[in-house]
Design a protein around this ligand. Structure first.
Ligand SMILES: Nc1ncnc2c1ncn2[C@@H]1O[C@H](COP(=O)(O)OP(=O)(O)OP(=O)(O)O)[C@@H](O)[C@H]1O
Length: 338
């Protein structure tokens, strides 16, 4: 058994054996229920709500994201995944946002990253804390070159900091370092030949790669990818998957939203299922996605097919199935206590 598995002792990125099996062994020992406790959560979320008028888009009671793992957030269209991402990264505010100096009222949204409270902070500060996201629709700036796009992603770009801007030699050194890092990432993402091209001329898949590479300029502890496979042609699919797995192997935590179930099944270490704003299931991909509950929800009765898309995953079906699973668990528990 893995060294990590029995104790569930906290682990740091550098300590990961870069061994997916060991990480999975740790995760396999966890309770597969919504809000399940993780041995070493990098992100912990409590009671976050977002309503638009009378509609509740997000209503998450508790979530912990395991450090160093690839966690997939799946769910039908409109489940609240992107809104949840927006809230966590400071691009939107919860309806029950914590009030400044309001203490820690239990009904107020709270989330912390690396133990740091992010509930009252801005998108820029969230990014500086090491939690960087990409968007469903790529935000590559088309009238800038690929390299310029990369430099925007650097956490300490000189233009942002007046003091650094005033100290020219330091400025120049920073810029050289940022360019070196950008070039290294562009090589890694096979975009180096496009370095001086306008980003607007890249294919959809290349823009996705650029967005991911740009997010890595800030050396985030956790990268959040919103539908990284959307619009990517099959030729680039494998490359994207490899990059994401490489990030995990290097100790970066990955949280991604995706409809491509092949991707979810093949690269994620843990899957969180959202429906109607709530987290309704969590677990290992093979358990969550092969569980009769989710397979039925996605595919009807066709258990012999791999999950290809989630068109058939309607909120109603998944909720009905999750209730059924909860009932079964309650029955099991009753039987066990007899
Ligand atoms: N700014 C907004 N104003 C009003 N309603 C919104 C707004 N943003 C999101 N919603 C609604 O909130 C719900 C959740 O949307 P969200 O985009 O978060 O879902 P999603 O799970 O990311 O869906 P998809 O998989 O289709 O991207 C949807 O019903 C959506 O219409």
């Amino acid at each position: 058994m893995s060294e990590l598995a029995p104790s569930h002792a906290p682990v740091r990125p550098g300590e990961y054996p870069h061994d997916r099996a060991a990480l999975r062994a740790t995760l396999a020992g966890l309770e597969q229920v919504p809000g399940s406790a993780k041995p070493d959560p990098i992100l912990t979320v409590d009671r976050i709500e977002r309503r638009f008028g009378g509609m509740t888009a997000v209503d998450v009671d508790h979530l912990e994201v395991q450090r160093g793992a690839i966690t997939a957030l799946i769910g039908p269209n409109g489940a609240g995944k992107t809104t949840f991402f927006n809230l966590l990264t400071g691009f939107d505010r919860p309806t029950n946002a914590a009030r400044p100096f309001g203490g820690s009222a239990p009904d107020r949204a709270r989330w912390s990253f690396e133990g740091r409270d992010l509930g009252r902070t801005t998108a820029t500060r969230v990014a500086r804390a090491g939690m960087i996201r990409t968007f469903q629709l790529t935000k590559a700036l088309s009238r800038m070159t690929v390299l310029e796009n990369m430099l925007i992603g650097a956490a300490d770009q000189p233009g942002e900091n007046l003091l650094v801007g005033l100290i020219k030699p330091l400025w120049a050194k920073r810029e050289r370092e940022n360019i070196a890092r950008a070039d290294e990432l562009l090589r890694r993402f096979k975009l180096d030949a496009k370095r001086n091209d306008m980003a607007g001329g890249l294919s959809g898949g290349q823009k996705k790669l650029l967005e991911m590479a740009r997010a890595l300029m800030a050396e985030p502890a956790m990268i959040m990818l919103d539908e990284p496979m959307a619009g990517v042609n099959p030729a680039l699919t494998q490359s994207l998957l490899d990059h994401i797995q490489m990030l995990r192997d290097e100790g970066t935590t990955v949280l991604f939203v995706e409809h491509d179930m092949h991707m979810v099944r093949h690269i994620s270490d843990w899957v969180v299922v959202m429906a109607q704003g709530q987290i309704i299931a969590e677990g290992l991909p093979e358990d969550v996605m092969s569980s009769e509950a989710v397979v039925d929800a996605y595919l009807g009765a066709h258990h012999d097919r791999d999950l290809g898309d989630d068109d058939v995953l309607t909120t109603g079906v998944i909720r009905a199935i999750s209730e059924e699973v909860a009932d079964e668990a309650a029955l099991d528990a009753q039987e066990g206590s007899r």
